[in-house]
Design a protein around this ligand. Structure first.
Ligand code: HEM
Length: 513
């Protein structure tokens, strides 16, 4: 009898053994083989450009780090090299990472590089009806069509008429948390912004339906989970996260489509966005795609930055006091006899123009919040002929990536860059003018955020409601004041919340009726 602990499989039974192997063994083997092929095939590919540092080693390892630890990967590599650009490969596609003012200026100004294609390939996550084989009519430039509809959604008359509703949504949400207690600022800010963005971009029935809101929020989280590095780097592998993504997009379509149908069948026409789109002759897929994209922009950026603004103000009493005083003086100027009721009624008396133009303290707080949060990497794909960034050349079809942290956390531009200091933009300092395009919170050059006004209004309204309606402090898991400002999870390029060890809460007590 053999004493070996290993079983020897005779060669002739290997085939049989393989055929009978459970499917996960098969999957693992296919994965390993795929990894090997991808790694080996890209290991030696590199340009001879003397201005670009070529990352040696297995390209799949670099690509993996780019998708899982993007911030650490890019900053770590730049720390070790002297050139201002390095290249690596993602699925055979060359990606060039750049740094410094000269290349940043060209990156943000160049017309022939595509932001959409850059983000689609190197970030993913945005929902697309292509994933569920629902087609939009393609007779218009889709991006131009989307921008046109975004203007409709953000038209000042519509937004003005919706201000009372938006404030009521925010107030109702906060009231739902009770008179005092603890909440997670990132979760609640995310949910509130989701609701207000749904009110702005879709219709009242959707924003007021708590179940539908909850389902949509869950679907958006599933979309993020469905954009795993594996699904991007090994698109040919059977992959559960891709199924998750397809299912999530399917549910998203179903929910939003039912509201579009609902409005189509309702004889009463409102000024809600869906009705305006229907009146403009848009098809259901076009309307659903528009709402999905606006919600997505709101979810990934507005929610997380609102959460951070609440945290920074909670930790900086001097800015909190300044913000409260600014809001109270707006009240005094704009309050009418009719607006002496609840907090949201009172805030509704502040006109849109005043929210936009007469809130310099809140503006500076948002600006500084974004500088600290928005440190990930916008991406571009070269569409026409080669793209020259000074001496660095990127060819048609290839990608360029620029880490915003290169500017936002650069001590030569923003002294003491990790500290929250909303006065750094004021007269005499103006640190955001220290270099060209060194403030990138809302983008720059060719791609400035098209939803900035909406996002700012939403953030200001949430801050106003919490600052005027509550006493609040930021506390850690033990209920104590945190010893330092929570660190941003800079490797999360979807929603940079605090790193898990620095999780914080808002301890609140309502002080108005
Ligand atoms: C605090 C919230 C937000 C922040 C910080 C933010 C930031 C940005 C940034 C940095 C860019 C440029 C990206 C790049 O260069 O690759 C951008 C572009 C864009 N954003 Fe926002 N965004 C926010 C909210 C929104 C919202 C709510 C919408 C829609 C309602 C929106 C719509 C867009 C669009 C359509 C573009 C592309 C513009 C273009 O193609 O030129 N954003 N945003």
């Amino acid at each position: 009898m053999s004493t070996s602990k290993y079983t020897t499989i005779p060669t002739e039974s290997l085939l049989l053994y393989w055929q009978q192997a459970p499917s996960y063994i098969f999957l693992a083997a296919v994965t390993a083989l795929g990894l090997l092929i991808v790694s080996l095939s890209s290991v030696s590919a590199h340009s001879k450009d003397p201005y670009i540092h070529h990352l040696r080693g297995l390209q799949i390892v670099h690509a993996w780090r780019f998708f899982t630890k993007r911030h650490d990967f890019i900053t770590g590599k730049f720390r070790r090299i002297t050139k201002d650009a390095f290249e690596f490969y993602v699925n055979q596609h060359r990606v060039v990472a750049i740094r410094g003012e000269t290349m940043r200026k060209i990156f943000y100004n160049e017309p022939n590089i595509s932001m959409i294609q850059g983000h689609q390939f190197l970030i993913g996550a945005a929902p697309s009806l292509d994933d569920i084989k629902v087609t939009e009519e393609k007779d218009e430039d889709l991006n131009a069509g989307f921008m046109k509809r975004l203007l409709v959604v953000q038209h000042k008359d519509r937004v003005t008429s919706l201000i009372p509703d938006l404030l009521q949504h925010i107030d109702r949400h906060f009231k739902g948390l009770g008179k005092e207690g603890l909440f997670d600022p990132f979760k609640e800010a995310n949910d509130i912004i989701f609701e207000t963005t749904a009110r702005l971009s879709a219709c009242r029935e959707l924003a007021e339906n708590k179940d539908a809101m909850r389902k949509l929020i869950n679907v958006f989280s599933a979309l993020e989970e469905g954009t795993s590095p594996t699904s991007i780097l090994f698109p040919w592998l059977p992959n559960s996260s891709r199924n998750l993504r397809t299912n999530a997009t399917g549910s998203l379509y179903q929910i939003l489509n039912s509201y579009v149908d609902g409005r189509r069948n309702d004889p009463e026409q409102t000024s809600d966005a869906i009705d305006v789109f229907i009146a403009d002759g848009c098809s259901n897929p076009t309307i659903v795609t528009t709402i999905m994209n606006i919600l997505f922009a709101g979810v990934i950026n507005t929610g997380v930055n609102t959460g951070w603004a609440l945290v920074h103000l909670g930790l900086k009493p001097e800015y909190k006091a300044k913000a409260i005083s600014e809001l109270k003086s707006l009240f005094e100027i704009h309050a009418t006899n009719q607006s002496r009721g609840s907090l949201h009624d009172q805030l509704s008396s502040i006109p849109l123009a005043a929210w936009e133009m007469n809130t310099p303290v809140l503006e500076a707080i948002i600006r500084e919040t974004l500088r600290l949060t928005m440190t990930s990497a916008p991406n571009r794909r070269v569409m026409d002929t080669e793209f020259r960034l000074g001496n660095v050349v990127v060819n048609k079809g290839e990608f360029v990536t620029y880490l915003q942290a290169d500017a936002h956390l650069n001590p030569a531009i923003y002294p003491n860059p990790y500290s929250f200091d909303a006065d750094r933009y004021g007269p005499g300092r103006e640190e955001d003018k220290n270099e060209a395009y060194c403030y990138l919170g809302w983008g720059a050059g060719r791609h400035v955020c098209a939803g900035m006004k909406t996002a700012k209004l939403e953030i200001k309204m949430v801050l106003a409601m919490l600052l005027l309606g509550y006493d609040y402090q930021v506390v850690d898991e033990q209920g104590n004041a945190p010893k330092s400002v929570p660190r941003v999870n800079r490797n999360d390029h979807h929603q940079p919340r605090p790193v898990p060890e620095d999780k914080v809460y808002i301890k609140f007590k309502r002080i108005v009726d």
